[in-house]
Write a new protein. Structure first.
Length: 233
């Protein structure tokens, strides 16, 4: 039972910290945007959409814990959980798809440009065109939110190896956050996913976002542990 309570507390923490970040973005309060500036060397702002998704993810964790403890007497949670999951999935899958499409067109555009400009360059005429890189959130951030949304859908669906899949998602999300936090502490940009890929610049995962991923993943692991214990009984 204590594991389920720990999962609920984790969900409330993610929801509260995400809500504070939403308020910070909405009211332009910088100190609310940076929730963990004291524990990391380089901290980026959690994006507004990510903050909203964290609020939903925290609520989903609490609802999942309530499902495990059979608190859904009227079936309301089984209605709310997929709604919140689909909202996160809609936002983050759209962003992820746009990144993939933009990278594809950027690469193919550079190849076409090089082929078309090569004869002109050979004539001594310099290329007058150039590519301008766009900035996207880290792919791992969007991917983690997609997995979180899927976990909410899987919670209300019965299938073989359900607990194993949910546990794998939880560990993946938590490890993603742990790596980013360590990267901020030791000042190693690649560990908090700050890199350039295919001519596109991806900003780092914010330390506060990484912390919330760790809390969510750990809470979900506790939730699933209590679920397995109840099934064994």
């Amino acid at each position: 039972m204590w594991k389920t309570n720990a999962a609920k507390i984790s969900g409330y923490m993610v929801t509260l910290l995400g809500l504070l970040s939403v308020i910070g973005w909405a009211l332009a309060i910088d100190w609310l945007k940076i929730l963990s500036s004291r524990m990391a060397i380089h901290v980026g702002h959690m994006e507004f959409l990510a903050a909203i998704c964290f609020v939903l993810a925290g609520i989903m964790l609490v609802l999942s814990a309530k499902i495990v403890t059979d608190e859904d007497r009227f079936g309301i949670i089984e209605i709310l959980l997929p709604i919140f999951s689909l909202l996160i999935l809609l936002v983050m899958s759209t962003l992820l798809f746009s990144v993939i499409i933009d990278i594809y067109y950027h690469i193919t555009g550079e190849v076409i440009e090089e082929v078309m400009m090569q004869p002109i360059m050979g004539m001594g005429i310099g290329a007058m065109t150039g590519s301008v890189g766009l900035t996207f959130p880290p792919v791992v951030t969007m991917l983690s939110f997609v997995l979180i949304s899927l976990s909410g859908l899987f919670m209300i669906i019965d299938f073989q190896s359900k607990e194993r899949v949910l546990l794998l998602i939880s560990w993946f999300v938590m490890i993603i956050g742990v790596f980013a936090l360590i990267g901020h502490i030791i000042n190693y940009p690649m560990m908090y996913y700050h890199y350039d890929l295919f001519g596109r610049s991806f900003p780092p995962m914010a330390a506060d976002a990484a912390l919330l991923f760790v809390i969510w993943g750990l809470g979900m692991i506790f939730c699933l542990g209590d679920r397995n214990a109840q099934h064994s009984n």
